[in-house]
Design a protein around this ligand. Structure first.
Ligand SMILES: O=P(O)(O)O[C@H]1[C@H](O)[C@@H](O)[C@H](O)[C@@H](O)[C@@H]1O
Ligand SMILES: [Mg+2]
Ligand SMILES: [Mg+2]
Length: 268
């Protein structure tokens, strides 16, 4: 990794730790978990999500004034969600806000950094690490001996819920050892990267949910795919992250659909 990128990554790690501390403290303070809603009554946000995103963006802007941002709460407030070739920080201040609101203790501060529309950190084959320890995906080749992670998302339209359950039924019927969900895409992807689960899939995620996790999975030896096979498109809101191409064949069992893309022009 060149010095410039290393410098950017060091800052990302430092600000993620600072943000993580704010989230940790807020978990113990009911007032900081006061809930508001966004696209639906189950799409939650708190002042802590907004505060943490602000903290990260201000900190980065001070050091790298020309860089761009895609932040979950900034997009919710009306900013464009467009990935250009420019250096761009892709931020989910609290991935797992529903967990956070309920003190269910699995949340992540997710920060990805892209240049030329490619997520940069780790792409040079330097590996993925958790507190200095290298991560490695599971070597399981048999999907029948696998744990698959997924989520139910926050879209409760009947047709969407039907498709989610249809995929779940197909996957359980393979049969797999188990299905799990941490309540956060970023944590699910880190579980794939660390070998605890063999694959994670979800339709309905956003680019800020998966940008950082995607490079962590690849650097830990895993593969990314669209839910209908083929290359993943981080703006498509569909993702499969697996330990290898064999387990990634769960895509055959997924009842795919196409939510509105993250980079779709705003409707008038
Ligand atoms: O907590 P969020 O940042 O909103 O991300 C959640 C997302 O809202 C939910 O729909 C997904 O199922 C989760 O996997 C995300 O992490
Ligand atoms: Mg999220
Ligand atoms: Mg979030």
């Amino acid at each position: 990794m060149d010095d410039v990128l290393q410098n950017i990554m060091d800052h990302a790690v430092a600000v993620a730790r600072e943000a993580g501390q704010v989230v940790r403290e807020a978990l113990c303070d009911e007032k900081q978990r006061d809930v508001m809603t966004k696209s639906s009554t189950v799409d939650l946000v708190t002042q802590t999500d907004q505060r943490v995103e602000h903290l990260i963006i201000q900190s980065v802007k001070k050091k790298f004034p020309t860089h761009r941002f895609i932040g979950e709460e900034s997009v919710a407030a009306g900013e464009a969600c467009v990935l250009t070739d420019d250096p761009t920080w892709i931020i989910d201040p609290i991935d797992g806000t529903t967990n956070f609101v309920h003190s269910f203790p699995f949340v992540a501060v997710s920060i990805g950094f892209s240049v030329d529309k490619k997520i940069q950190f780790g792409v040079e084959g330097k590996g993925a690490f958790c507190n200095g320890e290298p991560l490695q995906v599971s070597d399981q080749e048999d999907v029948r001996r696998s744990i698959i992670a997924t989520e139910f998302g926050s879209n409760r339209e009947t047709e969407t819920v039907e498709k989610i359950f249809s995929s779940l039924r197909n996957i359980l019927n393979i049969p797999v050892h188990g299905v799990r969900g941490a309540g956060t895409a970023a944590v699910n992807m880190c579980l794939v990267a660390s070998g605890c689960v063999e694959a994670y899939y979800e339709v309905g995620v956003h680019v800020w949910d998966v940008a950082a996790g995607s490079v962590i999975v690849e650097e830990a030896g895993g593969v990314l795919m669209d839910v209908e096979g083929g290359p993943v498109d981080l703006m498509s809101r569909r993702i499969v992250a697996a330990n290898n191409g064999t387990v990634a064949h769960i895509v055959k069992e997924i009842d795919a659909f196409s939510p509105t893309r993250d980079d779709a022009p705003p409707t008038q």
